[in-house]
Design a protein around this ligand. Structure first.
Ligand SMILES: [Fe+2]
Length: 499
């Protein structure tokens, strides 16, 4: 198939093939909204729906934020979880709300705004859900006309050229004004790429080059993007990958793109029978966890590896070393035995139920390009939301900042940790039994140890806090903390931009 034809297919169908008739008839009701409202668990505030945008508000600050973190922390996550009394059945379904925390010494201000996607604008106007979502098929919804018709822009952010791109993984990035958080429309990298999937975890090389991918589940096609530091598209192409599964994140090394592919594979027959996008995926452990390594310079040079079956959302980093028998890639990621949590834990929180499933462990895999062999070792550490020093992307690193510490009766994680993946040494700060930690990012400070910056939901006090830690003294607790006069919905990812 010609590249032009592949691009046309991708652009037409986006990540989500058009739908067959729906399984649930119009007028069917469900009681998730009532169950959520009736639940007597204080943490459910993290999954509540803010009724509207949150105007710029000053936080109460204890301590002083260091000069290196003067700037803006942008964050995003699903926030619009219900509409017209109908609640989504998955955490990842909700309309995205983008946040900015403007940090300057002892002054911290916060603003939050819903991303005005075409889906949100139309649904708010109608007062009800009009289309399907990632894990929910609301009753009576129409099949989407394109992937961007159901784009909720709720997963991650990529600051670029005075704008922030609000990312989802099934369709286009959405342009946001970094100062006002106004929604400016979808990002089109090149006319023939309009509407193509642009995933939520682009990687930025130390020289500023941005790499990203997109998965077209129906067609088993992997889109690849290379974007120059100024934001201009250098290259895009699509690569066929047999039985291409759900891929949420990837890694880059100095010379390669690395995709870990869990065996969670899209089945178009399930979709045609009315399943949600998520429920159209089948767990096929016989495929193992495949690792696809693509040459950065020549995307036709590709090599496949196989690891034991497992599931992941997130990768920390990858780097490669030369050995006498060829290059060897090291990649760290957070691995679970299977994909159960995405079908259960991340769903049941929407009716305020805690379901505990196998927890993700920090894992380091080694891919030997000379022998074609892959091995891995699991660290005895629960982890999610891994982040590294942005100056080390694709290069050898040791320190990973991540969430850790699961609890029996509260979803998510209670502590932030910094772990040396070579020695296994780890230090952590626990936010306590009444808090859920969100992603923390590493902020460099020249040749010094740097800082760890992130938010947590203090559901005991019904407040969101922003904390800054000295990276080499994480366990000592925050050097500065800003407390908002309200709680934010639990979010996913963020990015710090220095003032
Ligand atoms: Fe993610």
């Amino acid at each position: 198939m010609e590249r032009r034809e592949l691009l046309r297919l991708l652009a037409t169908a986006g990540a989500l093939p058009l739908l067959a008739p729906l399984a649930r008839a119009a007028g069917t009701t469900d009681d998730w909204q009532a169950q959520f409202e009736a639940a007597d668990v204080p943490w459910k505030i993290g999954f509540a729906t803010p009724p509207g945008d949150l105007p710029l508000t000053r936080a109460t600050v204890r301590g002083r934020f260091p000069d290196a973190v003067a700037g803006t922390l942008f964050r995003i996550g699903p926030a619009g979880h219900d509409l017209g009394g109908e609640r989504y059945h998955h955490w990842f379904d909700g309309d995205g709300m983008v946040h900015r925390f403007v940090i300057e010494g002892a002054d911290v201000r916060h603003q939050g705004r819903y991303v005005a996607t075409p889906k949100r604008v139309a649904e708010v106007k109608a007062g009800r859900h009009l289309t399907e979502a990632f894990g929910t098929m609301p009753p009576g919804v129409e099949p989407p006309t394109s992937a961007d018709a159901i784009n909720v822009a709720n997963t991650s952010v990529l600051p670029m050229q005075g704008e922030v791109l609000a990312l989802w993984e099934g369709g286009s990035a959405t342009r946001i004004d970094a100062r006002t958080l106004d929604t400016l429309g979808v990002k089109t990298w090149r006319a023939d790429l309009a509407g193509m999937p642009f995933s939520a975890h682009p990687k930025v090389d130390p020289d500023g080059t941005v790499w990203n991918f997109g998965v077209s589940s129906g067609q088993s096609l992997l889109a690849l993007y290379e974007i120059a530091p100024g934001g201009a598209l250098r290259r895009a192409a699509v690569v066929p990958v047999p039985e291409l599964p759900m891929v949420h994140d990837f890694a880059v090394t100095a010379r390669h793109l690395v995709f870990l592919m869990p065996p969670l594979v899209y089945d178009s027959k399930r979709k045609e029978a009315g399943a949600s996008f998520l429920d159209a995926h089948v767990w096929r452990p016989e495929l193992g966890m495949r690792a696809l390594v693509v040459d950065k310079q020549d995307w036709d040079k590709r090599q496949l590896f196989e690891l034991p079956a497992g599931f992941l959302f997130h990768v920390g980093n990858a780097w490669e070393e030369d050995t006498p028998r060829g290059a060897r890639i090291h990649i760290d990621y957070v691995r679970t035995q299977n994909a159960e949590s995405v079908f259960t834990s991340n769903r049941e929180v929407m009716r305020a139920r805690r379901v505990r499933r196998n927890e993700p462990r920090l894992t380091v895999a080694t891919l030997d390009l000379g022998t074609g062999k892959a091995t891995q070792r699991e660290l005895p550490l629960e982890a999610e939301f891994p982040r590294i020093d942005p100056r080390r992307v694709g290069l050898r690193h040791r320190q990973v900042v991540h969430a850790t510490q699961t609890r029996a009766d509260v979803p998510g994680f209670g502590a932030v940790a910094r772990t040396d993946i070579e020695s296994g040494r780890s230090q952590r700060f626990s936010y306590g039994a009444q808090a859920i930690v969100e992603e923390h990012v590493f902020v460099p400070d020249g040749a010094k140890a740097g800082w760890v910056l992130g938010t947590a939901l203090d559901f005991g006090r019904q407040r969101t806090v922003l904390s800054c830690f000295a990276a080499d003294h994480l366990a000592a607790g925050p050097v500065a903390q800003a407390t908002l006069p309200y709680a934010l919905p639990l979010g996913l990812h963020g990015a710090f931009v220095k003032a």
